[in-house]
Design a protein around this ligand. Structure first.
Ligand code: ASP
Length: 431
């Protein structure tokens, strides 16, 4: 058994290293293609928009394919394992509280960084590349709450409406636990489906290195570095905010609440971050996040199957950091003063926007219009930062899912569902 475990871990470490190599290799090749290989049919249509596009996006589609069945099955099994509604409510309440708290902290970090760096001061607006602005539809708070209840659960599953799926799966899980023997057959079917989806996840994950390589190579072949130059200060502020949140706020919370070694945590969690980085999609990262938390950190699926999909849907700390910095940046560029009320409004609306941001690429830019409108900044200002958002989207998605993982680990620890042996054992064989 012991031997099996260490062999499994060797294989996993192999995969981690491969993903890392894919990431760096893709980055180098992308930049080389952008800077030194002139446009041609072979470079553009065959390599970048052909091979890289098909393999990279094919891999993302495979991951997305897993999301709904995996989340549904593991949530049903997870909630039926937790059993009574009381402890489920306790886990849910705590998780949501941590999610909201980390998001509010994230916006505060962002505003502080941007106020110190002042990225928008002295901006030459005419040099900024502009494009079309997408505006978020206004949704009222009451509608947001009502939208959690699916009118048609099958429709919710078909559309991948995450909060509705979460609610429906929780109900099934809780009732299965309550009905016990009377529903044993269905409970077993769900358990086996869950196993099946986990196997499929492992299978797909073995393709991660090549998928990551192609995605990154394509992104950098198209972008290069030139597009970033005018907005370097803005990017620097967002990146600094993200770094502080990830290595500061999260790690401090982790130490205070769980006493786990933060360096070990990041090392073990890195492949998930790399995957989120290369896909810019929290949703597609759900299977890998749950898997890694269980196998390397020791978090029971009972907790993570509930909190990770929820986090990928409502907890976007990285996105709110971008939004916090963007507000200060635009306000400075327009010569506007925000004042204390303005800043409080930004914290409140960016936290709400984080709940409303779907875990797919570039949505944070759309919900940013909510925050801009709340403090009276023209929505057109989003065009200022659109040109450089792609790369920031990658980094903030990695932070988004790290936030989910840290909160989940804390909640699992408090619930007695964190197996420290797993955290330590894996580390020893890694070393
Ligand atoms: N791409 C982000 C995510 O999936 C959302 C965003 O900020 O646009 O987490």
């Amino acid at each position: 058994m012991q031997e099996d475990d260490s062999r499994l871990e060797k294989k996993k470490m192999g995969l981690t290293t491969q993903i890392f190599i894919g990431l760096i290799g893709g980055l180098i090749l992308g930049v080389v293609l952008n800077l030194w290989i002139p446009h041609s049919y072979i470079r553009d249509d065959i390599v970048v928009d052909g091979i890289f596009y098909v393999i990279g996006n094919g891999f993302i589609r495979l991951m997305k394919m897993l999301v709904v069945p995996l989340v549904f099955c593991s949530l049903v099994c997870g909630s039926s394992a937790i059993g009574d509604t009381k402890s489920l409510g306790k886990v849910g309440g705590k998780t949501i509280m941590f999610y909201l708290m980390t998001t509010a902290l994230a916006v505060t970090v962002a505003i502080t960084v941007a106020t110190i760096i002042r990225p928008g001061v002295g901006l030459d607006m005419s040099s900024i590349e502009t494009g079309e602005t997408a505006v978020a539809e206004k949704v009222t708070v009451t509608d947001t709450i009502l939208n959690i209840i699916p009118e048609n659960p099958v429709g919710a599953l078909a559309d991948g409406t995450m909060l509705q799926i979460i609610l429906f799966a929780l109900l099934i899980g809780v009732l299965l636990a309550k009905m016990g023997e009377r529903a044993e057959l269905i409970a077993n079917i769900f358990n086996q489906c869950n196993e099946l989806m986990m196997e499929m996840t492992n299978m797909v994950m073995n393709l991660a290195p090549i998928g990551v390589f192609c995605m990154i190579a394509k992104t950098f072949a198209n972008l290069g570095f030139d597009a970033f130059v005018p907005l370097l200060k803005y990017m620097g502020s967002v990146l600094l905010g993200l770094l502080l949140q990830c290595l500061g706020v999260y790690m401090i919370l982790l130490i205070i609440f769980t006493r786990l070694n933060p360096v070990k945590f990041i090392r073990k969690f890195f492949p998930v971050m790399a995957f989120a980085f290369s896909t810019s999609t929290s949703n597609a990262t759900i299977p890998m996040n749950i898997d890694t938390l269980e196998e390397k950190i020791g978090v029971s699926r009972k907790i993570s199957s509930f909190t990770i999909p929820l986090g990928a849907t409502i907890n976007m700390d990285g996105t709110s950091i971008m939004q916090g910095v963007a507000v200060v940046f635009a306000a400075q560029a327009y010569g506007m003063q925000l004042g204390p009320t303005g800043y409080l409004t930004v914290i409140a609306t960016a936290t709400l926007a984080s709940i409303g941001t779907a875990g797919i690429p570039s949505v944070g830019l759309v919900t940013l219009s909510m925050v801009f409108t709340a403090v009276g900044i023209p929505v057109e200002a989003i065009m200022l930062i659109m040109g450089v958002d792609r790369i920031l989207d990658m980094v903030r998605t990695a932070v988004n899912i790290t936030g989910d993982a840290v909160c989940t680990t804390i909640v699992a620890h408090q619930n007695g569902d964190l197996d420290r042996n797993v955290f330590n054992r894996m580390e020893e064989s890694n070393g």
